[in-house]
Design a protein around this ligand. Structure first.
Ligand code: FAD
Length: 519
């Protein structure tokens, strides 16, 4: 329960925020700087402090569809951005071996076909599967999957009754290059960048608010509102303000990752991410234009660092580009991301492993929330309470979605048996129970992952539900089997007519500068 008291001072224009200080210049810092520059500069001064010596995490390479909106709101041209970030298109994620070794399924972006009845389409698929009259997977009705398996890409059509309008897409991108791109955007709109190491965070003795950032060279940077984008260390929110951290390792115990780029191999530029389960974690494969991003997320309780790196290197499809880089993390979130005059965004706010590519998205929604609740210098505790309430809800629902991937497995290794035996959060249990009893999907409207996302993973990793919706049996006249067969056929032929993904990129948004990609 949040506690707050109603502020005595009403909003007044002489109380407006005059300077925002952003500590940190990783993806989070520069996304904040670009969005704030677009929204409130020059009325408000924006200063970003970063240290090249410390550097950034910058492993973020796979995203989800709402990032398109972030860029559009900033007026960023898609082709220009993809050229700069050496990005490619992403239609979803292929999960290999999560249910059991040798099994695979796809989590596509967008819907499953076009609804044709008052009951959801997947209920008719389920009935046919339960009756044994069809062997189709639910993804066979997904436009994104039909395109992904053929490595095709073109943007969705805007005609509601055309199957080519039923998918969505995101990007694979080089997060460091995206950060640089946003830096150019932000600096062109007045954001001041200060290079140097923050040595100390000075607090006001009276209010406990942040008064200034003391730099290593002795200078001070002061402002009204501080955004902590300093990454895992949470220099402002944790080290200075001790906001506290909620640790979710009992559900999501992976706590290490090792990452390395590689040259493209025979598989080429496929338009999707791949996540392959391994004995004590999973491998990611993210195709960019100039290289493939690879990594191994693992649990240190079950696997040593050398072994984890060995598994990663053994599964590269071509030569590694550089040395493997190790990262440590604790899955969870800051107890209060907005604390006094400081808002933590990015890795400083919390960490959910990159299984569903949500970190950059959580930066985006944090910025949207901050702008919606933007304070004045009275710093109403009401705004902070609402910000923290919404942030907690968002993190928890994403957390549950990730837990499902680990929980619903039949793999034999000790790490996986322990995951299958865990007690999952109540809100997740509720979703699983609904699905298992009648194939029912019950995501809340505010959740990031909606019913089609849940369906992909529930159907991909769990056995078929016990029954379909009872209402379906009262509607025997719906010609569903004919419809589904025709839908699958239309999706396939529509996908076959689209351009090859690599050709589409080469024509519209080839990476700037030299590309070490093999032909
Ligand atoms: P960082 O990149 O760590 O940046 C911190 C900044 O703070 C740096 O500029 C640093 O110089 C500065 N700083 C810190 N201390 C000081 C100081 N004392 N003085 C001055 N400056 C300081 N996200 C996705 O969306 N998709 C993915 O596929 C994905 N994969 C990931 C895989 C792994 C293994 C990890 C760990 C993360 C992944 N992420 C992914 C997350 C993504 O990389 C981050 O969300 C993103 O890079 C944001 O990081 P950040 O800006 O919060 O922190």
């Amino acid at each position: 329960m949040h506690t707050y008291s109603i502020p005595e001072t009403p909003h007044a224009t002489d109380r407006q925020i005059r300077t925002v200080v952003i500590a940190g210049g990783g993806t989070a810092g520069w996304m904040c700087a670009a969005a704030l520059a677009h929204a409130i500069s020059p009325a408000c001064r924006i200063v970003l402090v970063e240290s090249e010596e410390i550097g950034i995490v910058g492993v973020g390479e796979a995203t989800i569809p709402p990032l398109k909106l972030f860029n559009q709101q900033l007026g960023i041209d898609e082709n220009d951005f993809l050229r700069a970030a050496k990005g490619s298109f992403k239609l979803g994620i292929e999960f290999n071996g999560w249910t059991r070794p040798g099994h695979r399924y796809f989590h596509p972006f967008g819907r499953f076909g076009i609804e044709f009845d008052l009951l959801p389409l997947h209920q008719y698929w389920l009935r046919a599967r339960l009756a044994g009259t069809s062997q189709d997977e639910i993804t066979d009705y997904s436009m994104a999957w039909q395109m992904a398996r053929l490595s095709r890409f073109a943007p969705p059509r805007r005609e509601p009754n055309n199957v080519a309008s039923t998918f969505d897409y995101a990007y694979h991108l080089d997060a460091a290059l995206y950060g640089r791109y946003l830096r150019r955007y932000a600096e062109a709109r007045g954001v001041e960048r200060r290079e140097g190491r923050i040595a100390e965070v000075r607090l006001s003795g009276e209010t406990g608010h942040i008064a200034a950032l003391k730099m290593q060279d002795g200078s001070e940077i002061g402002g009204d509102l501080y955004l902590d984008c300093t990454g895992f260390r949470g220099l402002l929110i944790e080290q200075a303000l001790a906001a506290g951290y909620e640790d979710w390792r009992s559900w999501l115990p992976c706590d290490r990752a090792v990452a390395v780029g590689s040259r493209h191999g025979a598989e080429g530029l496929i338009p999707y991410t791949r996540a392959t389960a391994r004995a004590a974690g999973w491998l990611w494969r993210i195709p960019l234009q100039h290289r493939v991003g690879n990594g191994h997320v693992y649990c240190s309780e079950y696997l040593g660092d050398d072994e984890a790196a060995g598994i990663l290197l053994a599964h590269l499809e071509d030569e590694a580009l550089g040395e493997p880089r190790f990262l440590r993390f604790i899955t969870g979130r800051r107890k209060t991301c907005w604390h006094r005059n400081c808002v933590a965004i990015g890795l400083a706010a919390g960490f959910l492993e990159p299984l569903e590519s949500t970190s950059i998205h959580l930066i985006q929604t944090a910025i949207t929330r901050l702008l919606a609740l933007f304070p004045d210098r009275a710093f109403s505790p009401l705004a902070a309470a609402e910000y923290n309430r919404l942030t907690a809800l968002e993190y928890e629902r994403v957390r549950d979605f990730l837990i499902l991937h680990y929980y619903a497995n039949e793999r034999p290794e000790p790490f996986w048996r322990a995951r299958a035996a865990m007690e999952v959060p109540e809100a997740l249990r509720y979703k699983i129970d609904h699905y298992q009893s009648a194939g029912r999907l019950v995501a809340e409207p505010y959740e990031l992952f909606q019913n089609p996302n849940w369906l992909a993973v529930l159907a991909g990793q769990l056995p078929l539900p016990a029954a379909n919706e009872p209402l379906l049996d009262l509607r025997p006249g719906v010609p569903a089997e004919r419809y589904l067969a025709s839908l699958k056929n239309t999706l396939t032929t529509t996908a076959e007519a689209l351009p090859d993904h690599a050709e589409y990129l080469a024509r519209h948004c080839p990476a700037t500068a030299q590309s070490p990609r093999k032909p």
